[in-house]
Write a protein that binds this ligand. Structure first.
Ligand code: DGY
Length: 424
């Protein structure tokens, strides 16, 4: 399929999923605004030349930011009986209604890129100046309220990682004794086959953690003390470090164009300290970045996407080479790159959500890290392989054994990254 055709199909997906100033990740399955999805989605709109929609995606998300700086992982802009757990289960008493957890701050990096790309320089400057305090206060909150023992960013719920049921979380989740007793009114398994989604026990624990944090009053300044799940997450850490570095990069351009009040000092300090925290998660024996279970006091899990996307932070080429060695070994077992978990590791499952399937977002983050480490050919090979997947449809994820699309369909970030990465 040629680029023009593929781009027009991708744009159709974004248009169909667009609501009042924001874009659903997938109709039916995810009927609200999701935090980290908004980043790539904004970049997709921008790549289609639709900067009004692109900026609005971010303005909408940040208008739901909490006073502490936390940006919630779901904003319930409209009523829907299509999703569980809805606002009544969260009970956060925030307006608009939101969850009380966050997700990797990709929207910050998206704001930096939109600023650089927008041909309307007045609009770009005004948007950056108005978003700036919100972007920075989110990153400062990560450092203030979510630093773990290595200085990496802590997740207090698997949902915060964005990689909900990754095998990386099996050990810390096994230590969670809270399993909710409420009737599980799951709607996800009506749209997607149950064997492609998290299990019932995982859901009970996800809700058990939500109930604990809710009972503690959703105090986002002290969630690591309130949660039974406290894990330094390489993905959250890498995305935060890169977000801060991206802000540092835009300041010079913005100041030269007359923007005031964008003090880069805090972003610069954060970029360095969070990157140092990420380095604290490097496991030399495994040759991979590994999550660290704070409550158990040990690194957890085999090589998986949670550590793989550390490449996005722009890590040293020597680290990237070690990771690439392992990816090569996976490539000898699986024709489609990149699996989200070690195919020989415990908990690997080629079709179950974050336990093995290939995700367009992960491939984009990895390809970026590869080219920053000077591995342009490998990055290009990953781009070409990923393009072949989306040609069959914009699925939520793909089976690494044969590339067929699984999970939700008409998935926004697969379409958005087709526009912003796969057809440029
Ligand atoms: C879901 O509902 O599966 C989401 O991943 C939670 O954020």
């Amino acid at each position: 399929m040629n680029n023009t055709e593929l781009r027009s199909q991708a744009l159709e997906v974004l248009v169909a999923n667009h609501r009042d100033g924001y874009t659903l990740p997938a109709p039916g399955l995810y009927p609200f605004q999701w935090c980290w999805d908004s980043g790539p989605i904004a970049l997709g709109w921008a790549a289609a030349g639709r900067f009004e929609e692109a900026w609005s995606e971010l303005h909408r998300l940040f208008s739901a930011q909490w006073p502490t700086g936390m940006v919630p992982h779901i904003v319930f802009w409209q009523d829907s009986d299509r999703y569980f757990p809805g606002p009544e289960v969260w009970g956060t008493a925030h307006t608009p209604q939101t969850t009380g957890l966050t997700q990797p701050p990709l929207p910050v990096s998206a704001a930096a890129r939109l600023f650089m790309q927008d041909p309307d320089r007045d609009r770009a400057r005004d948007a950056l100046v108005s978003l700036w305090p919100r972007l920075l206060s989110w990153l400062s909150w990560f450092e203030r309220a979510r630093s773990g023992p290595h200085g990496a960013v802590v997740a207090v719920h698997p949902w915060e990682s964005g990689m909900d049921n990754s095998p990386s979380w099996d050990e810390p989740l096994a230590g969670v004794t809270e399993a909710s007793e409420i009737p599980l009114a799951r709607r996800d398994v009506e749209t997607v086959a149950a064997d492609e989604r998290p299990s019932e026990l995982e859901y009970r624990k996800y809700l058990g953690i939500v109930e604990r944090l809710r009972a503690a009053g959703w105090d986002t300044e002290r969630q690591p003390a309130d949660s039974p799940f406290v894990v330094e997450d390489p993905c959250l850490t890498a995305v935060t470090a890169r977000a801060a570095a991206d802000l540092v990069e835009v300041v010079q351009v913005a100041e030269a164009e007359g923007a005031d009040g964008l003090d880069a000092g805090e972003a610069e300090r954060l970029a360095k300290s969070v990157l140092a925290g990420l380095e604290g998660l490097w496991d030399e024996d495994l040759g991979w970045y590994r999550p660290y279970d704070v409550l158990a006091g040990r690194p957890v899990g085999a090589a998986a996407s949670t550590g793989l996307v550390a490449l996005w932070a722009g890590v040293a080429p020597a680290r990237v080479s070690r990771v690439v060695e392992r990816l090569d070994a996976w490539g000898r077992l699986l024709p489609v790159a990149v699996a989200t978990a070690d195919p020989n590791g415990p908990g690997y499952d080629p079709i179950r959500y974050w336990r093995g399937p290939v995700w367009v977002l992960v491939n984009w983050l990895v390809a970026d890290g590869l080219s920053r480490a000077g591995l342009a050919e490998r990055a290009e090979a990953l781009r070409v392989g990923t393009r072949a997947l989306v040609e069959q449809g914009f699925s939520e994820y793909y089976d690494p054994r044969d590339g067929h699309g699984i999970g939700g369909h008409g998935f926004s970030w697969s379409a958005a990254l087709t526009l912003a990465w796969l057809t440029t």
